[in-house]
Design a protein around this ligand. Structure first.
Ligand code: SAM
Length: 177
């Protein structure tokens, strides 16, 4: 299992960002997003997309992220601009996840992440050591973790399917496919 834990959410300011963390986790191959604290308000939007465009993908909400992090039975990756380079550690992380079949928790922050998170994770991983965004770092990290295979994923129980077009938009009902 690969789960993404979104910690921190500033009401007002982070609404779309938290939604996009959830949508990116879903689209790029994670099994689940865990929205902590005020971020829970975005669960419906992410679930709505899963209902329309398929899954499986779970959205969980927790009051506080600390127990999730503390009690996680598997390995934990914290995405941070201060971490080790993704290209250096991705092999070790893949090995832990794939060969040892350890569930993987990928943690992304919003504002300043408390220092004990840095200490409690197995890997602090930077997607470059430049400041950017939790959505961008999650996307690159998941693509590296799955080595591109997530792009070919099949979706189950979708109502709608997008048919790729060179120009224009084509969306069909899943049973017409
Ligand atoms: N300055 C904050 C700090 O010191 O923790 C981080 C704010 S940043 C806008 C929000 C989140 O984006 C971070 O918690 C981290 O998960 C992610 N992020 C930003 N740049 C990153 C990078 N270069 N590599 C990995 N993750 C990054």
């Amino acid at each position: 299992e690969v789960a993404v834990l979104r910690l921190g959410h500033r009401p007002g300011r982070d609404e779309r960002i938290t939604t996009h963390v959830g949508l990116t986790a879903r689209a790029l191959g994670a099994d689940r997003v865990i929205l902590a604290g005020d971020g829970a308000s975005r669960a419906d939007t992410v679930e709505d997309i899963t209902e329309r465009f398929g899954g499986p993908f779970a959205v969980d909400t927790v009051e506080s992220w600390r127990p999730t992090l503390r009690e996680w039975e598997g390995s934990v990756v914290h995405l941070t601009m201060y971490g080790e380079e993704v290209q250096t550690v991705e092999g070790d992380i893949r090995e832990a996840h794939r060969e040892r079949r350890e569930p993987l928790l990928v943690v992304v922050g919003a504002e300043k992440v408390p220092f004990d998170v840095y200490e409690k994770t197995d890997w602090n991983v930077g997607v470059t050591n430049q400041p950017h965004s939790e959505i961008a770092s999650l996307a690159v990290f998941l693509d590296r973790l799955f080595e591109g295979r997530e792009l070919d994923r099949e979706w189950e129980d979708a109502e709608k399917v997008v048919v790729p077009q060179a120009v224009g938009k084509r969306v069909v009902d899943a049973d017409e496919e």
